[in-house]
Unconditional design. Structure first.
Length: 638
C-alpha cells in the first residue's frame, strides 16, 4: 500500500504546565492545515501528544508530591481538554509512556546499536535539565544555557552515543536537493550554518533515576528524552507494528515546531535518525516564531501566560457572542496577525481591534445587511436568480485560487487577507448597486440578482474560512439556510456560480460578532480630558471636503503608507495616508472619505501629498470617517 494520506504533526509537549497561546499556536496551525486538506477532499492524519519521559517532568512530579506516572496521567488529560476546548480535531494523541511507543524506542535503539550507529563512550560536558540538552563549552552564554539562560550542570558519566557526525554530508546534500525541506528560508540558513560548524555525536542515555525508558540490556541507564521523543512521529503511525498503516501515512508531509527546537533537534538529529533507519525524510519541517505578550516573553515567573480558552470565555462574557465563535476569534487573530514563521506579539488592544474591524465590521456587516434585505424584500427566502453577478463571481474565483495558493505555501495571513478583500468587494458591490433604491423602483429581478450575489460571497467566505474558524463558518451556513449541506461541501464548491436553491429559508440576521466597546470594560468609567479649545475663526480656516477615492496603491518601501488619488468633484488630488496596516488598497476604491483639502503640500517618503484624510484613532487603529448617505465628491463640511 503506497502513501495516500496527508500527514501533519505538532511537536509533543512537555507535561509541565497546561498550554498557553504560545504552544497552542502550533496546534491551532496544525488543525487549520488538517482541516484545509480535508476540505480539499484529501485523507488526512493529524498527530499531537505529550512528551512524558523528561527529567524535568520527574522533578516537577516530585515537587508536587506525586509519582511521575500519576503526574503525567493528570496533565495529559489537561492537554486533551484544552485542545478539545479550542476545537482541535486531531486524529491521534500519542503519549511517550504508552507501550506502543516504548516498544518502538527499544527496537530502534537495539537496531542502531547493532549496526554501529550507537556506541558506548564516556561523556563529560554541560547539560541543561530544563531544556534536556547537552552543550559544548563554547555554546554557553556567560556560563549558562544559551536557550533558556538557566544554570547548567556538569555531567560526567558513561553513556551511549549516536553517531550524528557521520550524517553531516548527507544532511547537507538532502537540504540542497530538496529546497522545500526546511522552512522558512531564513531558518534553513541557520541549520546549514549549524551543520557546517561540525556536528558532534550525541549522548543519548542518562543514568537511570527511576523515570524514563530503560536501555535494552542495560537498565542502569534510560534513553535520552530527545531520542525517545522524536520517534513518536513514527510510533504513532504503525512503525514496526502495522506496516500497511505506516506505508500509507509516512513520510510526514508537514512537521510543525517552535524555532527553539528546530535547528538542533528536528533539522539535524531527527533526519539523521531517519537516515540511519533507512526511512524517508519528512517533506517539510517548519519552525515558527514565538509569541510575546505586550512585548514581553511569555514566562511562568512573570505570570503573563494567557490561556486561549480563558481569553475566549472572557470575550464571550463581554460581547455576548457564543463561546465557540469567540474561540474562532482567537484562532483568527493568531493566523491573521502575524506572518507564519515570524515572531508575534499579543496585546488586548490589537485583539479587540481585529474582533471589531475584521469580524464585526467586515464579515458581520456583509452577512447582516444582506440577510436583512432578503428578509425585508423577499420574506427571508433566497431570491430567484440565474447565477451570481459575473464580475463579483470573477472576484470569488480569483479569491479561491489566491487563498488556496497561500494555504499551500503556509502563508495564512495572506490567505485570510484574500478572503477579507473579497468581503470588501461584496460590501462595495452592495454600496454600488444600492438594492434599497432598486426596491423603491420596483426592479425586482435586478434586486434579486444583487442580493443573491452578495449572499454568494458570504457562502464562499464561509467555505474558505472554515479551516480557520469552523464554528463561525457553520453559523454563517445556518443563517444562510444551508447548514445541512455545508458539511459535504468541498473547497472548490466556493466557486459554484449558482450556489443556492431559490426559496431556501434563511435565518437571522443574528450578529455573530457583536461589537465590543472600544475601551476595555475597566476603562469605561474614565472620562477623556477635553483638549485645548480653539475659536470658530480658527476652525473655519480648515477646508474640509468629501472626497471619493479613485485609486489606491502601496508606497514602495513603506509598509504603512498608501498613495491615493481622490476626486473633489472638479479636481483630483494625490495624498499619502498611513493606513496600509488596516485598509487594503482594493477596499478603498470607490469610498467617500473626509479630506482636509487646504493642508500645505508635503513630501512623504518622496511622494507628494496634497491634503490629509481624517480618521478616528481607536486604540491605535485608524477608522476612516465616512458620510452615512451618498454625498457628492467636493461637498464642503461645515
Amino acid at each position: 500500500m503506497s502513501k495516500n494520506v496527508f500527514y501533519v504533526t505538532t511537536p509533543i509537549y512537555y507535561v509541565n504546565d497546561i498550554p498557553h497561546i504560545g504552544n497552542a499556536y502550533t496546534t491551532i496551525i496544525a488543525d487549520v492545515v488538517a482541516r484545509y486538506h480535508k476540505l480539499k477532499g484529501e485523507k488526512t492524519f493529524f498527530l499531537t501528544g505529550t512528551d512524558e519521559n523528561a527529567t524535568k517532568v520527574a522533578n516537577a512530579a516530585a515537587e508536587a508530591g506525586m509519582h511521575p506516572q500519576e503526574y503525567v496521567d493528570r496533565l495529559a488529560e489537561d492537554f486533551k481538554r484544552v485542545w478539545q476546548s479550542l476545537g482541535i480535531e486531531y486524529d491521534d494523541f500519542i503519549r511517550t509512556t504508552e507501550p506502543r511507543h516504548v516498544k518502538v524506542v527499544e527496537a530502534v535503539f537495539k537496531r542502531l546499536l547493532e549496526q554501529g550507529d550507537i556506541y558506548k563512550g564516556k561523556y563529560e560536558g554541560w547539560y541543561c535539565v530544563p531544556c534536556e540538552t547537552f552543550f559544548a563549552e563554547n555554546e554557553l552564554v556567560e556560563g549558562k544555557c544559551p536557550e533558556c539562560g538557566r544554570a547548567v550542570e556538569w555531567v560526567q558519566e558513561e553513556n551511549y552515543y549516536f553517531r550524528l557526525s557521520a550524517y553531516s554530508d548527507r544532511l547537507l546534500e538532502h537540504i540542497e536537493s530538496h529546497p522545500e525541506f526546511l522552512q522558512p528560508e531564513f531558518r534553513k540558513n541557520e541549520v546549514v550554518s549549524f551543520i557546517k560548524q561540525g556536528l558532534r555525536d550525541v549522548s543519548i542515555t542518562r543514568a537511570n533515576r527511576g523515570w524514563g525508558i530503560p536501555v535494552p540490556g542495560d537498565p542502569s541507564k534510560v534513553i535520552y528524552v530527545w531520542f525517545d521523543a522524536l520517534l513518536n512521529y513514527v510510533s504513532a503511525v504503525g512503525y514496526l507494528a502495522d506496516e500497511e498503516k505506516f506505508s500509507s501515512i509516512w513520510p510526514a508531509d508537514l512537521q510543525l515546531m517552535g524555532k527553539d527546537i528546530f535547528v538542533r533537534f528536528h533539522c539535524t538529529f531527527w533526519p539523521a535518525m531517519l537516515m540511519a533507519l533507512g526511512l524517508e525524510l519528512p517533506r517539510v519541517l517548519f519552525g515558527h516564531g514565538w509569541w510575546s505578550i505586550d512585548g514581553e516573553k511569555i514566562s511562568k515567573s512573570k505570570g503573563n501566560a494567557i490561556s486561549p480558552a480563558k481569553l475566549a470565555e472572557d470575550l464571550a462574557a463581554e460581547s455576548g457572542a457564543k463561546r465557540d465563535v469567540c474561540l474562532d476569534a482567537v484562532r483568527y487573530f493568531m493566523c491573521r496577525e502575524v506572518t507564519f514563521g515570524a515572531d508575534g506579539d499579543f496585546s488586548m488592544a490589537s485583539f479587540r481591534n481585529r474582533f471589531n474591524s475584521d469580524l464585526a465590521n467586515d464579515l458581520g456587516n456583509l452577512l447582516n445587511r444582506s440577510l436583512s434585505m432578503v428578509r425585508k424584500y423577499f420574506g427571508g427566502k433566497i431570491p430567484r436568480a440565474q447565477a451570481c453577478d459575473s464580475e463579483l463571481y470573477s472576484t470569488i474565483v480569483q479569491t479561491v485560487d489566491a487563498t488556496e495558493a497561500a494555504c499551500d505555501s503556509l502563508e495564512f495571513t495572506r490567505a485570510l487577507e484574500a478572503v477579507w478583500q473579497m468581503l470588501a468587494a461584496g460590501n462595495k458591490f452592495l454600496n454600488d448597486k444600492q438594492p434599497w433604491s432598486l426596491a423603491k423602483q420596483n426592479k425586482t429581478d435586478e434586486l434579486a440578482s444583487v442580493l443573491y450575489s452578495a449572499l454568494a460571497v458570504t457562502r464562499a467566505a464561509a467555505i474558505l474560512i472554515s479551516p480557520f474558524m469552523p464554528a463561525t463558518a457553520k453559523e454563517i451556513a445556518r443563517q444562510l439556510g444551508i447548514l445541512d449541506e455545508f458539511a459535504s461541501l468541498r473547497w472548490n464548491n466556493a466557486k459554484d456560480q449558482a450556489p443556492f436553491i431559490p426559496e431556501t429559508q434563511t435565518f437571522g440576521p443574528e450578529p455573530i460578532f457583536p461589537r465590543l466597546e472600544s475601551a476595555a470594560p475597566a476603562d469605561r468609567a474614565e472620562v477623556p480630558k477635553v483638549s485645548e479649545r480653539i475659536s470658530y475663526n480658527e476652525f473655519s480656516k480648515m477646508d474640509l471636503r468629501i472626497a471619493e477615492v479613485k485609486s489606491a496603491e502601496k508606497v514602495p518601501g513603506a509598509d504603512k503608507l498608501l498613495k491615493l488619488i481622490v476626486s473633489l468633484g472638479d479636481e483630483e488630488r494625490q495624498i499619502v495616508a498611513g493606513i496600509a496596516e488596516w485598509y487594503s488598497p482594493e477596499s478603498l476604491v470607490g469610498r467617500k472619505i473626509v479630506l482636509l483639502a487646504n493642508l500645505e503640500p508635503a513630501k512623504i517618503r518622496g511622494v507628494e501629498s496634497n491634503g490629509m484624510l481624517l480618521a478616528a484613532d481607536v486604540d491605535g487603529k485608524a477608522i476612516l470617517l465616512q458620510p452615512d448617505q451618498d454625498v457628492p465628491a467636493g461637498a464642503k463640511i461645515r
